[in-house]
Design a binder for this molecule. Sequence first.
Ligand SMILES: O=C(O)C[C@@](O)(CF)CCOP(=O)(O)OP(=O)(O)O
Length: 325
Amino acid sequence: MKATAKAHTNIALIKYWGKRDESLILPMNNSLSLTLDGFYTTTTAEFREDLTADRFHLNDRLVDGTEYQRVTAFLDRIRRAAGRPDVFADIHSTNHVPTAAGFASSASGFAALAAAAAKAIGLQVTDPELSMLTRQGSGSACRSIYGGFVEWEKGTKADGSDSYAVPIAPKDHWDLRVAAVVLSSSEKKILSREGMKRTVETSPFYPAWVDNIPDDLAAIKQGISQKDFEKVGEIAEANCLRMHATTLAASPPFSYWHSTTMAIMQAVQDLRVSGVPAFFTIDAGPNVKVLYLPEQEKIIRNTLQEIPGVHDVTVSRPGEGVSYI
Ligand SMILES: O=C(O)C[C@@](O)(CF)CCOP(=O)(O)OP(=O)(O)O
């Protein structure tokens, strides 16, 4: 009972920010992402009769603490779904992603874990069912089941049976680039789960965030189908700024941005003024992702690399969904 799966990270262009159900991980709003080819996780899961507890190895290191707790709690869901409450797994995950940089590494990690564990335990799942299972590990991970552009339907049912990702356009629909800009400073940040909880519970700006999503989604999907780069970039950048605005109005207020984060934001907006189309998006951390077209590769890379405080720039293309090795 062994299987290996590979899954890529995804970058949200319309952000998932806020849950309506913490335990089932059900979101307040729909989100839309692009799966990236540059960062991925491979996970091998082996369910064995001789184990009396799960074992989780990440990058060849045995993991314990909260990370282990999240994985073993997730595997409990897999065991329940398969009707095998008493079988435990040996999990080996390798993250080809700067985990410390928080590049939604939980997204590729949980998608690969869900796929490998379901296959290893013999659980037959459709893509929507695999997405729903993955969602219960980490919300954004449910979008990594598919490649290319993906939308996570928030659903309305209390049991979450209508909350899963659906493919919008395949990875070869549009040859975009995403530069992931990692900052040198890796201060302890507020984890996305905690950040969105505080925001939902205390930020007066939060209801406006939710209200704006349907228009953003409709417009960005039109832009994607028409390959209108400015339209997609403007909506994605504005959506990211609206998300971060909600944190500034939370109690206590917080922000994920460092001075280098803002320097990168300014540099990207300056590029646009000089005629180079580029747009940024930022998740629950100080790092920045920059969206651009292939012909701008050189100027984008040179501009970003020379900003003080930038540690690394990694370029991704649209990536594929979950696969089995
Ligand atoms: O990816 C996005 O849509 C936007 C974010 O990255 C933040 F900006 C949210 C990621 O949240 P996640 O780590 O999935 O939370 P979990 O469900 O509590 O595990």
